[in-house]
Design a protein around this ligand. Structure first.
Ligand SMILES: [Zn+2]
Ligand SMILES: [Zn+2]
Length: 379
């Protein structure tokens, strides 16, 4: 096994472990390979190298090799740093804007610009999980066509197509690293995050591109809910996301299929108040089965009319029709989840009892509904 592995392709991109940097006699590997930029996926610095360390541009991302570590939010800065190392601005003749911004966390020690073409060394401790994940993220970002994708234009169809191909794309990019580093193996949590990275279209126009993305925010929220479940607690009231109040990632709830399949609106049987429009229905059974007729429950997204029932932090309880003149019990919620009559678990569960609601086809023009109280709003 070589200590640092060159990723197949034209770019001078290397991945490996820490000892190249920690053992003095190994340093020549960096010079031999024309390395100008070092990306550390551990807390590390060139301090001990004194003047010699200033030859390198360096970025350090302090992250543990744990499935639950949030690698995703660091990926834009990481791929931008790698790109700026491989293709320094002055070597970019066609004026592409790939590297005209120096990442803010990079040390600006070098007095002269790095030679072109640059060389980048991405490392963690073993060169197995963290550093490999970053290199895979870069390959997916830089060469989407190699992994079955095209340059990403945000749209529901593109996201849906990306979601279907994510596993395969990430695996192909990892296989590319494994050609030169057979023990490369990102942990399972990182693999899942790389799939989301692909699904989002590898957004890296600035360092905050992932953190702003609805898919990332939904992912963070789901993690928070899981943490709360593990502690047998309800999420804090301030942190609850109501589906009708947030930017929906196209992955939310039942996904675009659910939004396009033209399901029914669900209304309170007693007063006809709107409880959920089709896009907030959460499918839970295999498509075509139980779902349509036989289930005792209709599961829906967390919606703002539930706020009064959720804000006291109960783990479960009744869902009551928000029409104050009605007040009928229409279902239940349970942060820990509920088992439907079809035996499927839904977690967390916001369930309307089929016998307490009416399911009606939405009117095609979406407006002029009769018999709905004025407060139904845009639900
Ligand atoms: Zn009602
Ligand atoms: Zn069911």
């Amino acid at each position: 096994m070589s200590s640092m592995s060159r990723i197949p392709g034209d770019a001078n991109l290397f991945v490996g472990g820490l000892w190249i940097l920690n053992i003095e006699s190994y340093r020549n590997h960096l010079y031999d390979n024309n390395i100008t930029h070092v990306l550390s996926l551990i807390k590390w610095s060139f301090d001990k190298w004194s003047e010699e360390g200033k030859r390198f541009k360096h970025m350090s991302i302090d992250i543990d090799d744990l499935e639950e570590s949030d690698l995703l939010s660091h990926l834009p800065a990481a791929v931008r740093f790698i790109d700026s190392g491989l293709y320094p601005p002055q070597s970019v003749a066609d004026g592409t804007k790939s590297s005209d911004n120096t990442p803010t966390t990079a040390q600006d020690g070098a007095t002269s610009p790095p030679p072109s073409p640059g060389g980048v060394y991405v490392h963690c401790v073993m060169g197995k999980s963290r550093s490999v994940s970053c290199v895979v993220a870069y390959l997916l970002y830089k060469y989407p066509h190699r992994f079955g994708g095209r340059p990403f234009v945000p749209s529901a169809a593109a996201t849906s197509q990306r979601r279907e191909t994510a596993k395969e794309a990430v695996q192909k990019a990892l296989d590319c690293v494994r050609e030169v580093r057979s023990h490369a193996e990102p942990n399972d949590g990182f693999m899942e995050q790389l799939e989301l990275w692909w699904e989002m279209g590898c957004p890296a126009e600035d360092d905050g591109a992932v953190e702003r993305h609805p898919t990332y925010q939904k992912w963070l929220y789901d993690r928070m809910l899981k943490d709360a479940r593990d502690m047998h607690m309800a999420p804090e009231a301030d942190h609850i996301r109501f589906g009708d109040e947030v930017d929906q990632p196209t992955t939310a709830g039942g996904g675009p299929e659910a939004q396009e399949q033209g399901g029914n609106e669900v209304r309170c049987k007693k007063c006809r108040r709107m409880l959920a429009t089709p896009k907030f229905l959460v499918p839970h059974a295999p498509v075509g089965e139980a779902q349509s007729g036989h289930c005792a429950h209709i599961f829906i997204d967390t919606l703002s009319w539930m706020r009064p029932m959720l804000e006291d932090g109960a783990l479960d309880g009744r869902l009551i029709c928000p029409n104050s003149k009605c007040g009928a019990t229409v279902g239940r919620f349970a942060w820990q989840g509920l088992k439907c009559s079809c035996r499927e678990w839904v977690v967390p569960a916001f369930s309307l009892n089929r016998s307490r609601v009416d399911e009606v086809a939405p009117r095609p023009d979406g407006g002029g509904r009769r018999g709905v109280s004025g407060q139904s709003g845009n639900l």
